[in-house]
Every structure is written in C-alpha cells, then in structure tokens.
Design a protein around this ligand. Structure first.
Ligand code: FE2
Ligand code: FE2
Length: 133
C-alpha cells in the first residue's frame, strides 16, 4: 500500500479557518510518513500526538468560549484519541508493538480522523458559525 491520506477539500474543509488549518496541518504531517519504514511511522506518530494536543486544545477553547452544548462528548472523543495514540506509541518498542502501531496508523487513525471530522467537528463548526459570522 503506497497511498496515504491527503487533505481533500471536498470532505475535509468545514469552513472555519482556524479548524481547517489544524486539520490540514494534521494531514500534512501524516502524509510525511514513509509507510514502508516503521521508524518513520513511529516518528510521525509522535509528531501527530504533539500536534493533536494543540489541535484538540484549540477546539476545546472555542467550545468553552461559545458554550458548545455537547462539549463533554466532544472532549471525551479527543481524550480517547490521545490515549489511543499514546498507547500505541508507548508500546512500539517490540516488533509486535511496531506492527500494531503500523496497522493503527494506516487503518484506524485515518478512519478516526474522517469520522470525527464528519460527526463532531462539523457539528462544532455549525455551532461556531452562528456566532462568528
Ligand atoms: Fe478537529
Ligand atoms: Fe474535534
């Protein structure tokens, strides 16, 4: 498998500059991975974890500022995603752990990203756009 997820304007743009920039940055980091190299996947996963902490924090600041009604559910999803990322990185020392991280990185993480954007971030942007436009 040589394809890797890239920013797709038709599905990834939610029409909120700050949030769209965060999502583009996430996918730009993701696309830098060489999926034939386990070391590259580990390195990029660590960069994504750092970026995701910032990404989620910025979204949560907006939620608080504009009294987003489902803040708890959205924050829980962020927390779970960070915990999962941390878990696979932490266990990537063994050969088995590296394989687990690789399959998480190639399959689960991009699925999570698309699902979260479509279901939670898009709803957040709808809410924010009532106030910011
Ligand atoms: Fe997001
Ligand atoms: Fe989010």
């Amino acid at each position: 498998m040589n394809t890797i997820k890239e920013f797709n304007k038709s599905t990834h743009v939610l029409n909120h500059d700050q949030i769209d920039t965060l999502h583009k940055e996430f996918l730009d980091i993701y696309a830098n991975a060489n999926i034939n190299s386990l070391e590259s996947i580990i390195q990029i996963s660590k960069e994504l974890l750092i970026h995701s902490e910032k990404h989620f924090q910025e979204e949560e600041t907006l939620m608080e500022k504009y009294n987003y009604p489902t803040i708890k559910e959205h924050k829980d999803e962020h927390y779970k995603a960070l915990a999962e990322m941390e878990y696979f990185i932490k266990n990537s020392h063994s050969t088995f752990g590296k394989k687990m991280l690789k399959s998480y990185f190639i399959e689960k993480l991009p699925q999570w990203f698309d699902f979260h954007l479509a279901n939670m971030d898009s709803d957040l942007v709808c809410h924010l756009n009532k106030f910011e436009h």
